[in-house]
Design a protein around this ligand. Structure first.
Ligand code: LHQ
Length: 266
């Protein structure tokens, strides 16, 4: 599929793919094309075994401003907003689920403001490397809406219930430094260093045992919802799978031979 609103770049030979939201004139707000193309690009990255770490970022000065509030093409007659629930169920929710269920690490390189569903997109990623000028805004309340695209689930888990509620009901921007303090940002770097810092982390993760990382993500996703006994049981199942894979054998051999492991990700 040839894309109009996302850019795809594979770093040669290192297993890192970057998806760049590319509607900078609209702060990368989601119109229908961007939603469709992002879902397609995410699914392709999830399927491609050569991709062992995925980076999502935005072109220009914003990460993503959420739903394009000027777009009128999402209703049947083109005259106004269509069904909110259908838009979420058909487009946003599959986008979030594809990221959360993809068994490889996904890093958001948050280059600028992440608002509304654009904030949810950043929250859905496994890690956030954040430019010092970037902000996170639960913009929904400013237009009389409820946090969506996973924000009610992910934000309290990332920053705690009290802070999540405050951010959701005030719509106040959270700056990068505060995001780091709260654990929402994994690191904060100067804007000009963002892509280099992200690629360093992504390259490292792409050389890691991808299967084990995928199973870790699966187990942590599930552990958010279950009791300790069930989480312990599931961890044991995941460990059985990881322990039977070639990267475990390679990891142990490398340890014995006092050398760096060469993980295949299988
Ligand atoms: C935009 C947008 C935008 C279009 C900036 N759309 N043009 C899901 C399901 C169904 C329906 C509803 O919603 C959802 C989920 C959601 O995402 S709801 C939340 C939608 N997003 C927002 O409410 C955020 C709206 N934008 C803003 O609050 C500000 O633009 C932020 C804080 C993101 C950035 O502020 P500034 O840095 O001051 O930039 P700006 O406001 O001057 O924007 C620059 C341009 O980008 C401007 O266009 P113009 O032609 O005047 O230069 C804006 O109109 C445009 N833009 N966000 N979401």
């Amino acid at each position: 599929m040839a894309y109009e609103t996302v850019l795809i770049e594979d770093a040669q030979g290192v297993g890192v793919r970057t998806i760049t939201l590319n509607r900078p004139q609209a702060l990368n707000a989601f119109n229908e094309t961007l939603k469709d193309e992002l879902i397609d690009a995410l699914k392709a990255a999830a399927r491609d075994k050569g991709v062992r770490c995925l980076v999502v970022t935005g072109a220009g000065r914003a990460f993503c401003a959420g739903q394009d509030l000027k777009d009128r093409t999402d209703s049947a007659d083109g005259a106004g907003p269509g069904s909110f629930s259908a838009s979420l169920r058909d487009k946003y929710n599959p986008m979030i689920m594809t990221i959360r269920t993809m068994e490889k690490p996904v890093i958001a390189a948050v280059n600028g403001v992440a608002a509304g569903a654009g904030c949810s997109l950043a929250l859905a990623c496994d890690l956030r490397v954040v430019a010092d000028k970037a902000t996170f805004i639960q913009a929904f309340v400013k237009i009389g809406l409820v946090p969506d695209s996973g924000a009610t689930f992910l934000l309290p888990r990332l920053v705690g219930l009290g802070k999540a509620f405050e951010l959701a009901v005030t719509g106040d921007p959270l700056d990068a430094g505060s995001a780091l303090t709260l654990g929402l940002a994994n690191s904060v770097v100067p804007g000009e260093a963002l892509l280099t810092a992200t690629m360093d982390l992504a390259t490292r993760l792409a050389q890691a045992p991808t299967r084990a990382i995928g199973l870790t993500k699966r187990a942590m996703n599930r552990a958010l919802l279950v009791d300790l006994a069930s989480a312990l049981d599931y961890e044991a199942d995941m460990q059985e799978i990881a322990g039977r894979g070639p990267d475990f054998a390679e990891g142990v051999s490398a340890f014995m031979e006092k050398r760096q492991p060469r993980f295949t990700g299988q």
